[in-house]
Structures are given as structure tokens and as C-alpha cells.
Write a protein of this length. Structure first.
Length: 248
């Protein structure tokens, strides 16, 4: 609960600082409708990323104890879109995610197992994105981004116990639907910062798992998720621009 309160305070502070910066850098005439960021005929492009790290010295479990755990996760995406009408754009997005984990597990017989895990995932999506201005000068917007597309991931886990290595390799192919709302702040003319999070998603996945090069499982499943993680917000940097010069 304390971490959630900190996240809210940081978001409010960010909005306040951005608003002050915008007021000092944008001339009054730039707020004319012909400079409207989300107006019909404009385009946007940008990059979004999120990351998380975790180091745990010791964690006691029901069946095994975990020691010296190190976990790192990084995700980035690049997207672009075209406004087919005011405050509504269609576009595309490409994403990449990398996960790494290392730890030592000790079972009830005090036998240690070294675990190394790596995962890479790629995705390509079609995007619908709509905006709701929060003020008359349209410096702040709420937005909702809907993504529909496919993703591909592969993971490798190696477990070593008494010099015996077990290697598990998995491949996933998925069709996904994501709903990602957030807030956009126009910092300087044409440039903005977006902070958002996924609150809902649907995924259909086809998986194949090999253990020591022998196929042990082929499966198909569907998942739905309706939750929000305030401790893992996505931060994006975007540029909005017209694709042709407008009449004065």
C-alpha cells in the first residue's frame, strides 16, 4: 500500500512539473487549432519502455528455499499512427521483451540446484488510439490504446543438480488483445510524454516444450486478465506532427 501511495505522488509531481515547463516554453499562438496535436491529418511516432529488477538474498518456500535470486525484465515498443479524425488514430506497434533470472534452490534434503532462465519475446500489433482533452488548451489528455496482434516468445531454463543438467526449451505463439489507458502531457510543441498501464487483456497461446531436446508437451490455452499494476507503469516519449503543411 505504501508503494502505491508513492507511485500516485510521483505521477502527480510529474504532471505538475510538466505543466509548468509547458507554460514557459509554448507561445500563445501555438495553441491555435492548426497546431492541434491530435487533429485529423496529423501523425505520431514514439517509443515506450518499462523495466523491473529484483534481487533476493533468501526466500523460504513450502518445498524449496531460494537463495541469491536475481531477476531483470525489460520491455520496449516502437509505434506510429495517423489521425483519421480528431482525437482518434490508427497505427501499428512493434514490441520486444527480455527476461533474465538466476537463483539457487535448496530442497528439503538440503540439495542445491542452480537455475538459469532466459526469455525473449517479440510482438506486432494493429493499434486504435483515442484521446480525451482534460483542459481547454489541450495540454493534458487521457488516452486509451487498444492493441490487436500476435506475439512470439522463446524461453530456456537450465537446472543443474549434482552436475546433472536439465535443459527445458519452450516456444509460444499467441494472438493478443490489450487495453492500455493512460495520461499524455504535451511538454513542448509537438513533443509529449505518456504514462500508462495495461488493465485488461486476452490471449490465446499455442505452446511447445522440449526437455533435453525431446518434446514433452504441446498445448493450447486462453487467458484473460483484468488488473492493473501501479508499480510497473509504461513511460513513452512521442512526437506529434502534420504530414503536410497547413494553410495559414
Amino acid at each position: 500500500m505504501h508503494q502505491k501511495i508513492i507511485s500516485y505522488r510521483l505521477l502527480v509531481l510529474f504532471i505538475f512539473v510538466s505543466k509548468s515547463s509547458f507554460a514557459q516554453t509554448i507561445p500563445k499562438d501555438s495553441l491555435n487549432s492548426k497546431y492541434k496535436l491530435t487533429g485529423k491529418g496529423n501523425m505520431y511516432s514514439g517509443i515506450t519502455f518499462s523495466f523491473s529488477t529484483k534481487d533476493t538474498d533468501k526466500k523460504e518456500g513450502l518445498l524449496v528455499n531460494v537463495n541469491d535470486e536475481s531477476r531483470n525484465q525489460f520491455k520496449t515498443s516502437v509505434d506510429a499512427g495517423y489521425f483519421i479524425k480528431n482525437n482518434f488514430a490508427l497505427g501499428a506497434l512493434i514490441s520486444y521483451e527480455n527476461t533474465r533470472r538466476e537463483q539457487t534452490e535448496t530442497d528439503s534434503q538440503n540439495i542445491p540446484t542452480t537455475v538459469q532462465y532466459a526469455k525473449d519475446a517479440y510482438g506486432i500489433y494493429g493499434v486504435m488510439k483515442n484521446f480525451i482533452p482534460l483542459d481547454q488548451k489541450e495540454r493534458f489528455f487521457l488516452y486509451n490504446q487498444i492493441l490487436l496482434g500476435t506475439s512470439f516468445s522463446s524461453s530456456l531454463e537450465e537446472r543443474t543438480t549434482d552436475d546433472l543438467l536439465t535443459r527445458t526449451y519452450s516456444k509460444d505463439r499467441s494472438i493478443e488483445l490489450q487495453i492500455n489507458p493512460g495520461i499524455m502531457v504535451n511538454v513542448v510543441k509537438g513533443f509529449s510524454v505518456e504514462v500508462g498501464a495495461q488493465i485488461a487483456g486476452f490471449k490465446a497461446t499455442w505452446s511447445e516444450t522440449k526437455v533435453n531436446d525431446a518434446i514433452t508437451e504441446k498445448s493450447h490455452g486462453t487467458d484473460s486478465d483484468f488488473s492493473i499494476n501501479l508499480l510497473r507503469l509504461n513511460i513513452g516519449f512521442y512526437y506529434y506532427f502534420p504530414i503536410k503543411k497547413r494553410a495559414q
